[in-house]
Write a protein that binds this ligand. Structure first.
Ligand code: SF4
Ligand code: SF4
Length: 158
């Protein structure tokens, strides 16, 4: 969640949203806080008392962008593996999905692909298993932007 409208929404940082963020060892090292717990190969946030992420403030996430977990920066995208390479998807939980700029999608996928080199194979496999793929649609940026947007808009019910 680093889109311009995220500050007014913060939906994915509250209630169950932040509890579904999965982090690698390299993510946790950057956060450097004790509000996480190990779960299998990955880490998750511990439940907070007020049901919002430990890092959420009135003006959005308190962590600077490069320190945020990859899962947070990717949202509302996620990934699966295709022939050992990450293949990105959108999740339908974001109300602004049809407004997401194509250049953000391209930039984020590129950064995530590079950052995943810091994740172990076990962490990547564990992450892929946590994602609810039945709620996801593939991203096909090779098609023209208008078509992509129409598809997202229809899919998001806008
Ligand atoms: S739900 Fe979507 S718009 Fe809202 S904060 Fe998350 S990514 Fe941003
Ligand atoms: S770390 Fe920041 S972006 Fe991630 S869930 Fe918490 S407040 Fe939201």
């Amino acid at each position: 969640m680093i889109l311009k409208f995220c500050k007014e929404c913060c939906e994915c940082c509250q209630e169950d949203g932040y509890l579904d963020i999965f982090m690698s060892h390299s993510d946790v090292k950057k956060i450097n806080a004790d509000c996480v717990k190990k779960t299998g190969q990955l880490y998750k946030f511990k439940k907070s008392e007020n049901f919002v992420c430990h890092f959420l403030s009135l003006t959005g996430c308190r962590l600077e962008e490069k320190k945020r977990p990859l899962d947070c920066r990717l949202f509302p995208m996620t990934f699966n593996l295709n022939k050992n390479k990450p293949e990105f998807f959108f999740l339908d939980a974001c109300p602004k999905i049809s407004e997401i700029p194509i250049n953000w999608i391209e930039k984020t996928m590129k950064e995530a692909t590079s950052e995943l080199k810091n994740w172990s194979k076990k962490e990547i496999m564990a992450y892929v298993k946590t994602e609810p793929q039945w709620r996801a649609i593939p991203i096909r940026l090779k098609k023209n932007e208008k078509m992509q947007r129409k598809k997202l808009s229809r899919w998001a019910g806008n």
